[in-house]
Design a binder for this molecule. Structure first.
Ligand code: TRP
Length: 453
């Protein structure tokens, strides 16, 4: 019964929880970094196309599968196609939940520590100094592992409260705070001296890059991750949703909130970055958040407070995402293996922590995990490639084939129309059958070729 396995208390609660899953490090850290690497506004334009034409249809499809079956991702495929191998798609998602969480929680731990460093003004100086500080910090093994543990403990504590009393309650508290901080920070950033250069870079597209396949590849990958697609997170959340909600409308809310947060994060980062002398958005890479911004916080008036607000916001965003990453495997153990929630959460948290340790050690603390012999990268980067760049797109590809051609569009529409007629049903059917699988297949092949050199 649906009530025994939990459900969301209201449509608003569901939208905030799903938006909380979507809004995360991917939006506030990943998106501006990718914009910087992808050449600015051209990337933003391609990103928006990917979000609305490829990712939104997938989100709707995941929600439909989840609510129709009322099951975890593995159970859902088993209900819709019993006796077939389709459940493996769900199993890949369950594994991806643990895999992604194992390195995501390490980075979330860093953002949490930077709340303290920003508040106390510990990080100062030019990029050499802030870079050295960051390098020393991530190379501290007990600290990294301890912070990862704290993130996982908060996540597990939330999940133990169940869907309504834990996930929904937590995201209802955290998301409004996050949105307020985001708005305040964006206003502060665009009023910085020198903000115009950043805004121009961010908002005026170089149209020669719009048709670059590499820009498309990076944008689609980013959109997938940002919207929490491809591993059944939305199947799981959809399974807790009541039959009278209109799935397509709820999905569009989630898509719009997630995209608005990513765009707003760019409005904070680029004006802020360009107000620093010698800022190069292309070469700043992943250090953007931990190395570039602290220089600004150290020098601007009231910078401690702004830095504090920024890292609190980032941590809130990360926690509402780790919750959804852990809920996917948790729902699997509950639904498909009959475990109780407490046992499922505790066992999975233990496994995730063990898998997180090499990622926590792989940033200087251990030479082996920082540069895996024969792989040419650290453990954390390897995890990111395996799960984000391959498992998620493969999961999304299989899901679009499944919904478009196996379960089929008319069956899916029966579910999608239960909470009121779905707007744009014919367009959705076309996108999920043809556009999504072809586009996602292209990025899988392209990513593989790129990796092989
Ligand atoms: N969307 C989150 C972010 O942008 C990360 C995330 C949470 C995620 N749950 C997910 C990504 C499920 C893929 C699948 O940071």
């Amino acid at each position: 019964m649906a009530s025994a396995r939990g459900s969301f208390g209201s449509r608003f609660g569901f939208i905030l929880a799903a938006a909380g899953s979507a809004v995360g490090l991917g939006n506030i850290w990943g998106f501006p970094t990718k914009v910087g690497q992808g050449g600015g506004a051209a990337f933003v334009l391609v990103y928006l196309v990917c979000v609305f034409l490829i990712c939104a249809p997938i989100m709707i499809a995941e929600l439909a599968v989840g609510r129709r079956t009322g099951k975890d991702p593995v159970g859902a495929f088993k209900v819709l196609r019993p006796g077939s191998a389709w459940w493996l798609t769900g199993a890949l998602g369950v594994l991806a939940g643990v895999g992604i969480l194992s390195f995501y929680s390490v980075i979330a731990g860093w953002t949490m520590a930077y709340i303290y460093y920003a508040a106390t003004g510990a990080v100062t100086g030019d990029s050499t100094a802030t870079g050295a500080f960051f390098g020393q910090f991530v190379g501290n093994a007990p600290l990294s592992i301890g912070l990862t543990f704290v993130v996982l403990a908060i996540t597990a504590g939330t999940l133990l409260g169940g869907v309504k009393g834990g996930i929904e309650r937590m995201t209802k508290a955290l998301m409004p705070m996050l949105l307020v901080l985001l708005g305040l920070l964006a206003i502060r950033a665009v009023t910085l001296p020198g903000a115009e250069a950043g805004l121009a870079y961010y908002l005026n597209p170089d149209f020669s890059k719009v048709f670059d396949i590499r820009v498309f590849n990076a944008a689609l990958g980013q959109a997938f991750f940002s919207l929490s697609l491809g591993m059944g997170a939305m199947i799981t959340y959809g399974s807790y949703l009541s039959k009278d909600e209109n799935l397509a409308k709820s999905a569009m809310w989630v898509v719009v909130i997630d995209t608005a947060v990513a765009l707003a994060a760019g409005l904070i980062i680029f004006p802020a970055g360009f107000s620093l002398a010698g800022f190069d958005p292309n070469s700043s890479g992943p250090g953007l958040i931990f190395v570039v911004l602290p220089q600004l916080f150290a020098t601007m008036p009231g910078g401690h407070l702004v830095g504090l607000a920024f890292f609190v916001m980032l941590t809130l965003a990360a926690i509402t995402s780790t919750i959804s990453l852990l809920e996917v495997p948790t729902s699997h153990l509950i639904d498909s293996h009959g475990w109780d929630r407490k046992k499922a959460v505790l066992v999975l948290t233990g496994i995730t922590l063990l898998l997180a340790i090499p990622s926590a050690l792989g940033n200087g603390a251990s030479a082996f995990f920082s540069n895996l012999p024969g792989v040419g990268m650290g453990f954390l980067d390897l995890m990111a490639i395996v799960w984000n760049d391959f498992a998620l797109p493969v999961g999304g590809f299989l899901l679009s084939i499944f919904v478009g051609h196996v379960w089929r569009v008319d069956k899916a529409l029966e579910e999608l129309n239960t909470g009121g007629a779905m707007p744009g049903a014919a367009l959705w059917g076309f996108l999920i059958r043809w556009v999504c699988p072809v586009a996602i297949f292209m990025i899988i092949v392209f990513t593989a070729l790129d990796l092989l050199g």
